[in-house]
Design a protein around this ligand. Structure first.
Ligand code: G3P
Length: 195
């Protein structure tokens, strides 16, 4: 049990680094929490008009999830990697540094997936790009891709991963409740659109 707690905590600290906030500030784009959706993720950094900063945010928020899985997986085995990934995801959502008000988890979810199953990640990417191309909604693309991911993992013969991602998907939906309301009322902003 103490090993599980250790990897959860280790993953949590990897995931709790708010790259969107840090990179936008360092890049002179201001505090992303006061623009657009107020979120600290890449989609909202893109609303500052700074594509490079948005890409860097996406990459760093992905890789912190992957790093947590791979580093703790190396020392604690497959299950260690799984719990570290969950920790990183929770760290991104609820960072102690920002009064537990973090991001919506999509990039870190993708990073954890990359660390655990590149095949499931390809399925995720195909669904994400198909929905994004058809609708231009980043949130909707992520929600549908996240809904499919646990099923894909199960189908790939990874039941423990499937259960953990099912939990993470529920959290992604909860974090997107304002987006879901905007999607339903037709007021969600499209990718790259300055809100
Ligand atoms: O899935 C993308 C999501 O995080 C949307 O971000 O800034 O539009 O709320 P935002």
């Amino acid at each position: 049990l103490s090993d599980i707690l250790l990897v959860l905590l280790g993953g949590y600290f990897c995931g709790s680094i708010p790259f969107g906030l840090i990179l936008a500030k360092l890049g002179g784009a201001g505090d992303v929490r006061s623009i657009g959706s107020g979120n600290i993720g890449a989609t909202n950094v893109l609303r500052t008009g700074r594509k490079g900063l948005a890409a860097a945010t996406l990459l760093c928020d992905i890789l912190k999830g992957t790093a947590a899985v791979l580093i703790f997986g190396y020392f604690f085995g497959r299950d260690g990697g799984i719990f570290a990934g969950l920790g990183a995801f929770l760290g991104h959502l609820f960072p102690v540094w920002l009064n537990f008000k973090g991001g919506k988890g999509v990039a870190t979810y993708i990073g954890v997936l990359l660390g655990l199953s590149w095949m499931a990640l390809i399925a995720y990417a195909v669904v994400w790009f198909a929905v994004a191309a058809a609708t231009r909604f980043s949130s909707l693309a992520a929600l549908i891709a996240c809904a499919v991911t646990p099923l894909v993992l199960w189908w790939l013969g990874l039941p423990r991963e499937a259960v953990m991602f099912a939990v993470m998907t529920v959290l992604v939906f909860i974090m997107h409740r304002a987006n879901i309301q905007r999607l339903l009322s037709g007021t969600e902003s499209k990718i790259g659109q300055k809100a």
